[in-house]
Design a protein around this ligand. Structure first.
Ligand code: FEO
Ligand code: CA
Ligand code: CA
Ligand code: CA
Length: 550
């Protein structure tokens, strides 16, 4: 059922101004606390980062870097508004706290590789709210656990036999998602192990399912049925019969939008019964037609041109491309070369799909298309060439069903700013149509359980804005988080991050009184003045302990 927003969940905060300050800015009446920074203790026995370099035997048990996608999980017997688990992705190492100088995979020592790979993957931490209202990591919790680039993962599904029997490492853990049965899905945003190129390349670029409660001992598994590409996040839609679809974006230039529909319904009463659910099902790619209709085209060997000797037309969004012959002889071939399969099947090449989110009543799915400055050929769903600022696209499944094979779509908003207009010496193509506080490069995206849409940005601060002499940071300030009303499309800036960071990752307690947000790759002296910058999870609350956003 559609949650009806009540007065207490209406959006009523006062927008914060754009900022370039080296701090987190929130509206009046809100507080910010730093909860969990790169190098903090996760597993017992680690000392934690204290300002000097450490051996990999220690960093392997501590928080990785570049905190990204994140989910909150409730614990049986614990007030869900006062404690639970956070599963947090680490996309890249915070190299500045691992070793001096830059990392070079070609010349790295064995210990340097161990260090770099220790700082990617996932942290699972138990968190609890104290009497003073502040949240802290619960030291010594049996749930506190690291999954890193040095630990091992089992491949499963139709392409498993083409991969290593036991895969060393998950990496580039960008965004993530959850299943209806309470597991965590961490997404690998690259298809090669750039930190250790000696590892077989087909082993990366997958969705990895793990159990934050560590009850399902067959996990973690790399789920090959969901395809291999530059995975951003996963968002699910379930129906009343427990059939489910998982929506996924491929954040590459170019990239498509996908969904995976398991063959069977999930069990809502027996978690263990779902452990093989993600190994069989149908993978589809989205085709956005110019008339506002859309199709999910099946990526199954033998269908939609996926046969031996198929012709991959290449990336036609950037102008003339050279077609390449691809042999799709088995479903494993299709899943390992998902991007080529999507182009053969007629999927639409989008402007770098980042996060997807599903409205609580299944009436809409949204996807951030962050930017694509190299686009030369526009189409209806990606209407801007040289698209520096990105957009958010909305689509509606036929009958609001996760099993739909067709949908309708519209562009929800084109990002940009009026100061980029031709009258100011800029490019009118970059102005966009935001109503209210403007932004560039939407990335993190989530509709909360009360139907409120939160948008987080990741513009490259030094990139040119389209007006001579102005960088994106000159126009939009530091990266920020916004509420965007889905009806009026009014955008209000809720939070601004410190210098150089992107804002990504959003989770909350059931009562929506606590928001967890990630500050990724800060470049100044945040969170501790005078010390090395560290990616961190922050907690945002109201001083009057009411739900965030009101
Ligand atoms: Fe890792 Fe596409 O953001
Ligand atoms: Ca992202
Ligand atoms: Ca991004
Ligand atoms: Ca990032």
């Amino acid at each position: 059922p559609t949650p009806t927003p009540t007065a207490s969940y209406a959006i009523a905060f006062s927008s914060v101004a754009s900022s370039r300050e080296d701090k987190v800015t929130v509206p009046a009446g809100y507080t910010v606390d730093v909860l969990f920074s790169a190098g903090d203790v996760v597993e017992a026995g680690a000392p934690g980062y204290k300002g000097s370099f450490q051996p990999s035997s220690e960093t392997e048990k501590q928080a990785g870097g570049n905190h990204d996608g994140m989910e909150f999980y409730e614990l049986v017997g614990v007030d869900p508004n006062a404690g639970g688990l956070l599963a947090i992705n680490h996309e890249v190492a915070d190299y500045n706290i691992l070793f001096s100088g830059s990392y070079n995979a070609a010349t790295a020592t064995a210990e340097q590789k161990l260090l770099a790979l220790s700082a990617v993957g996932v942290s699972v931490i138990e968190v609890a709210r104290g009497a003073d209202g502040k949240w802290a990591v619960k030291a010594g919790s049996k749930y506190n656990k690291r999954y890193t680039g040095n630990s091992f993962y089992t491949p499963s599904g139709p392409a498993a036999s083409a991969l290593s029997a036991s895969i060393k490492g998950t990496l580039n853990n960008c965004s993530s998602g959850r299943t209806p049965w309470g597991t965590y899905m961490t997404c690998e945003e690259t298809t090669n192990n750039y930190l250790d190129p000696t590892q077989p390349n087909n082993d990366y670029g997958w969705v990895v399912e793990l159990d934050p409660y560590a009850e399902l001992t067959s996990l973690p598994k790399k789920r090959t049925a969901m395809g291999r590409f530059s995975h951003e996040n996963v968002a699910y839609m379930a129906d009343s019969s427990n059939r489910v679809a998982f929506y996924m974006g491929d954040d590459t230039t170019p990239g498509c939008i996908y969904k995976f529909v398991p063959s069977a319904a999930y069990s809502s009463t027996n978690r263990a019964a779902n452990t093989d659910l993600l190994d069989s099902g149908t993978l589809y790619v989205a085709r956005f037609n110019a008339d506002g209709s859309g199709e999910w085209r099946e990526l199954t060997q033998g269908k939609n041109g996926l046969v031996p000797g198929a012709t991959d037309p290449g990336n036609v969004s950037q102008g003339p491309a050279t077609p390449v012959t691809v042999n799709f002889a088995t479903q494993s071939d299709v899943l390992i070369r998902t991007q080529a399969a999507a182009r053969v099947a007629g999927g639409t090449i989008m402007d770098r799909p980042e996060w997807l989110t599903v409205a609580p009543d299944n009436s809409a799915v949204y996807c951030t298309l962050t930017n694509n400055s190299s686009r030369q050929v526009a189409d209806a769903a990606n209407p801007r060439t040289g698209n520096r600022n990105g957009s958010i696209i909305k689509f509606k499944e036929n009958a609001n069903s996760p099993l739909a094979t067709s949908f309708t779509w519209e562009i929800f908003v084109l990002a940009g700013d009026p100061s980029l207009s031709a009258a100011n010496g800029g490019n009118a193509n970059l102005v966009g149509n935001i109503n209210g506080d403007t932004f560039s490069s939407p990335d993190g995206l989530r509709i909360d359980p009360k139907g409120r849409m939160w948008v987080q940005t990741d513009h490259s601060i030094t990139s040119t804005s389209g007006v001579a002499g102005k960088a994106l940071v000159d126009v939009f300030g530091n990266n920020a988080m916004f509420h965007v009303d889905q009806t009026t499309k009014l955008s209000k800036r809720f939070l601004v991050g410190p210098v150089g960071c992107e804002i990504t990752g959003i989770a909350y307690t059931q009562d929506l009184k606590t928001f967890f947000i990630n500050i990724q790759h800060p470049e100044g002296a945040w969170p501790v003045a005078g010390a090395q910058p560290r990616s961190s999870t922050i907690v945002v609350r109201r001083t009057d302990a009411q739900p965030v956003g009101n």
